[in-house]
Ligand binder design. Structure first.
Ligand code: WTA
Length: 671
């Protein structure tokens, strides 16, 4: 298969699954004709389509009359409208009569359960918003949230959105250096955190990590600390219990720095539940979310209010076919974009119940998810292929122990799903009666772009199928030529859409270069893909230096810089290689400073060092010592060769541009 991109796909999958008839009958969109009609309208008349969606389904202080305004690379959407996303998630739902309905159904890892109604959620959000204002937080100030998966994280996001203070959520699995980098880049002086969180029966020392990050940057002025671990021990009966296994909790202590650190419960005690939502311009910045790119430090992806609001609500409604009584569970951590859009914003705007779970999927055992689905009667379940593969490996007994008859729909996101895992999900979890939506999207896209519609689209295992409304995808060569059916190439999007990123915080040049210069005139996704004869998209993976470990997005450059921060390391190169369970895993090649000898102990120490600097998800699975790294004559590390070596244990590619062939020859011979 000759292509301008040199990308070929070997995967061929012929099976096709029409939507279950019972599901299709009740779905919001239940015929191909209706999908076509809406899709065609969204492409031919995007302004008309999106303005209608915006006005029909959302509250505006001032309704917009302007749709998508595109002056490459800058997008504005609904620019003359004013609204508030916190209002749309909360007050609007109460106005629609959903005030007593459960908004968040939370289960902690230790087993504690809380149900928070829309009205209660609004009250808490208003109180925290008032607290923030009292602490001097102003519209536009960036607030850093570093919390466990507990309702207070959603409360904090919605409080920020209510007053127009953009949030920057940092995944709780990252450690102090990663927090410090993000604080610094965002220019953020206020952090909301918790004393700790529960993960695999152990305490994650969140506050301690914040303290270390604050020491590294010196820019943190205020820290609000929610009492998750110490609450049940010290303040019994005061507002719920963490249900903490007491032995570890009993010993647990954090330091509170006077003048800087405040307990959440102290600040909230006297705060008023009345805090009118601030009318914000549709293009007001909603949040920053740091993610990995091909080079350098993580970039702050910038999302704004109006377009993101409308797109996440609409995609949630149609992709998950949300109905008022749905109990929707997206297992993603809110530290990633999936949690932003489909645990919080897109889901709450539909007035349904969003399930949040704090801990690990195998705590106390491998049936935790299935037990929770049974107990809380979860109707729609959205998770990652890595999780599915992990469950598959444990055997179906864990699933079969539980009554999963409440389930109506299954979803996956984050990495390509292999057909074997898809079929297992379909038969063992979905009992062949639940449609599966394999949704493709990115931190940058804000919401789902490629997906089946569950009442309409026949699915093929491993394909994210077709574009959602307003999305105009194509497969292209580097020269911008559209690929023939089944010909591999780069996945691009040819038209802007409302939830598209508005830029990279503080780095317009990088924004232009990474998304708009690769293939002029189109949004460059960084993924390779093909489109089959039915117009279905098959994602093959990243074409840049982004690695997806268990669906978590990491950059090779970050791991390399963590490695070279170790005093014994001179140089390091990191590549991804295929892993049966996690999709991809990290392989590191390390050259030591003179005077140091490779050893197993040093290998372990370096892996541990990466985990300590970035977080456990970045720990290399394989680490090899080398005298030097293979470089081209211009000094560029030949990652392609290292990738081949890590993947196949040998190198077949062209070596003629190598500066020093002996380096790779030695690595190869030792493989
Ligand atoms: C990958 C996650 C195949 C892809 C929402 C993309 C997928 C990157 C899928 C973005 C899918 C996401 N099939 N690959 N259904 N969904 N990806 O920013 O490589 O964490 O570019 O956003 O995940 O990762 P991010």
């Amino acid at each position: 298969m000759a292509t301008g991109s040199g990308i070929d796909s070997i995967m061929k999958e012929g099976r096709k699954f029409p939507p279950p008839a019972d599901f299709a009958r009740q779905a919001h969109i239940s015929t191909e004709a209706r999908y076509r009609e809406l899709y065609d309208r969204s492409i031919k008349d995007p302004d008309g389509f999106w303005l209608a969606m915006a006005r029909e389904n959302h509250h505006w202080f001032k309704a917009p009359t302007r749709g998508l305004e595109w002056k490459s690379p800058d997008l504005r959407c609904f620019a003359d409208g004013t609204t508030n996303l916190s209002f749309n998630c909360l007050d609007r739902q109460i106005e629609l009569g959903r005030g007593d309905h459960t908004a968040i159904l939370f289960e902690g890892e230790p087993g504690d359960v809380r149900k928070i109604s829309y009205r209660e959620l609004r009250d808490e959000v208003c109180r925290l918003a008032n607290v923030l204002k009292k602490l001097g937080v102003k519209k536009g100030d960036r607030i850093t949230l570093y919390m466990p998966m507990i309702p207070e994280l959603a409360i904090a996001m919605l409080a920020c959105a209510r007053i127009g203070a953009p949030h920057s959520v940092i995944f709780g699995g990252f450690t102090s250096q990663a927090i410090a980098d993000r604080l610094q880049d965002a220019g953020s002086h206020v952090v909301i955190t918790a004393d700790g969180g529960w993960r695999r029966g152990k305490i994650v020392p969140l506050k301690e990590n914040v303290d270390a990050a604050a020491d590294l940057t010196g820019m943190v002025k205020t820290v609000i600390v929610y009492e998750r671990i110490t609450q049940s021990r010290d303040r019994k009966g005061a507002g719920g219990t963490s249900g903490a296994p007491s032995a570890e909790a009993a010993q647990f202590k954090i330091n509170m720095k006077s003048g800087r650190d405040h307990w959440w419960h102290d600040l909230m005690k006297d705060a008023s539940t009345n805090c009118p939502a601030e009318p914000l311009d549709a293009e007001h910045m909603l949040y920053l979310l740091y993610t990995s790119g091909s080079t350098g430090k993580p970039k702050g992806i910038l999302h704004t209010t109006g377009g993101y609001m409308v797109y996440t609500a609409l995609s949630a409604k149609y992709v998950f076919d949300l109905k008022p009584d749905d109990v929707f569970w997206c297992t993603a951590d809110i530290g990633w974009v999936t949690g932003h859009s489909y645990v919080v914003y897109g889901i709450l705007q539909n007035g349904v119940t969003s399930v949040m779970y704090e801990g690990a999927p195998n705590q106390p055992d491998w049936d935790r998810f299935w037990a929770m689905i049974e107990k809380h009667k979860v109707t729609k379940f959205y998770t990652a292929p890595t999780a599915i593969r992990a469950f598959m490996r444990q055997g179906r007994e864990f699933v079969d122990k539980h009554d999963l008859s409440s389930l109506k729909l299954l979803g996956t996101v984050g990495e390509p799903i292999n057909p074997e895992a898809w079929i297992w999900y379909h038969t063992v979890v979905g009992k062949e009666r639940c449609p599966i939506v394999d949704t493709w999207w990115q931190t940058e896209t804000g919401g789902i772009l490629l997906t089946p519609l569950p009442g309409v689209t026949s699915t093929k295992p491993g394909s994210a199928t077709r574009p959602f409304f307003g999305i105009d995808p194509a497969i292209m060569s580097k020269e911008g030529k559209v690929a023939a059916p089944n010909e591999g190439g780069f996945l691009v999007i040819r038209k802007p859409w409302p939830a598209m990123l508005r830029g990279i915080w503080g780095d317009p040049e990088r924004y232009q270069r990474q998304y708009w210069d690769e293939i002029p005139g189109v949004y460059f996704t960084g993924d390779s893909s093909r489109c089959d004869e039915d117009g279905y998209f098959w994602i093959m993976g990243r074409v840049d230096d982004v690695i997806k470990v268990a669906g978590h997005r990491l950059g090779t450059a970050e791991v390399e810089s963590a490695l070279v921060s170790h005093p014994k390391v001179a140089e390091a190169a990191v590549v991804g290689f295929p892993d049966e369970l996690t999709g991809e895993a990290i392989a590191a090649f390390v050259a030591l400073r003179s005077g140091n000898q490779p050893s197993e102990a040093l290998e372990t120490e370096l892996k541990h060092h990466v985990a300590a600097v970035i977080g456990a998800i970045a720990r290399p699975k394989a680490l090899r010592f080398t005298d030097a790294l293979p470089k081209t004559r211009s000094g560029k590390i030949m990652r392609r060769l290292l990738k081949e070596l890590a993947t196949k244990g040998r190198v077949d590619g062209d070596l003629t541009t190598l500066e020093d062939f002996s380096v790779i020859a030695k690595l190869r011979d030792e493989a």
